[in-house]
Design a binder for this molecule. Structure first.
Ligand code: SF4
Length: 266
């Protein structure tokens, strides 16, 4: 049987041994067109509103068969990770795919602790209650927030015009955290980059770090993951920020933290 929905498993810097699940069409579909996107620029026709809901792929039966077949062989795994080819919350059937993964995980005879169900989201759709109601079911939610000023948000994440302002997205992440079950974890993912073009400044700038620190204090996530580009970015003038600078950013954010959020650099 051909694999339609899954990648790997691969060893991930942030998740351990992770089986990727992609519930989006073959070409990337997203509400953002980030300058640093490692799967390439978002085609203008696939840069969609956060209100857009796609109904394909929808074949949850095939997904069930695929996972069941894979788990005959894979008996040790850290994470079943939804994400990859764009924004997974755009798929109307996200909850159905989640339920299938949960059922197949339960049926599998794991050698060690069963893998957690993880979701990557760019956070742009979380202002909708019905989306948060599905997202909070995942045991680990990794929400993107690498920019906390509106000016940098428009410049760097280049959102679809219907995406709400960054303040609304920060509020949505705050609501999500308060609505998640106590044993589920929210992680904030902050990607930092550098730029070869002088007037296209890095998001490692004073104003953004201060705004991000305030946002993290407000959201109170369990973890924050700071990282940089590991593959080819969408724009030629973008490049990776080194580990030393990531550590400096970590220290700056930690100084202003008033809660128990843990910050990691990758
Ligand atoms: S949100 Fe993720 S998938 Fe979408 S453009 Fe940005 S980096 Fe790429």
């Amino acid at each position: 049987m051909a694999r339609e929905f899954t990648y790997g498993p691969f060893t991930s810097r942030r998740l351990g041994l992770s089986l990727g699940v992609d519930i989006l069409p073959r070409s990337k579909i997203c509400t953002y067109n980030c300058v640093y996107c490692e799967i390439g620029a978002t085609d203008p026709t696939n840069l969609v509103s956060p209100q857009c809901r796609i109904t394909e792929p929808s074949n949850v039966k095939h997904f069930e068969k695929e996972l069941t077949t894979l788990f005959k062989y894979i008996k040790k795994l850290d994470s079943i990770t939804f994400g990859y080819n764009g924004e997974p919350t755009l798929n109307s059937y996200l909850e159905d795919f989640y339920e299938v993964a949960k059922i197949v995980r339960k049926r599998t005879n794991w050698k060690e602790v069963p893998p957690k169900l993880t979701l990557f989201t760019n956070s742009s759709t979380l202002y909708k209650q019905e989306i948060r109601d599905v997202v909070k079911k995942f045991e680990l939610v990794l929400g993107k927030l690498d920019i906390a000023t509106q000016e940098d948000f428009l410049r760097i994440n280049r959102p679809h015009r219907d995406v709400p302002p960054i303040e609304t997205i920060i509020d949505a992440l705050t609501h999500l955290k308060s609505e998640m079950p106590k044993n589920h974890r929210l992680g904030i993912q902050c990607l930092f980059y550098q730029s070869y073009i002088e007037d296209f400044k890095s998001n490692n700038n004073k104003q953004n770090i201060e705004s991000l620190s305030k946002a993290i204090n407000k959201i109170k996530p369990d973890i924050v993951q700071l990282y940089s580009i590991a593959r080819i970015p969408a724009e030629y003038f973008i490049y990776s920020l080194d580990h030393q600078n990531l550590v400096k950013i970590k220290q700056k954010i930690e100084k202003s933290l008033s809660n128990s959020t843990k910050i990691y650099c990758y």
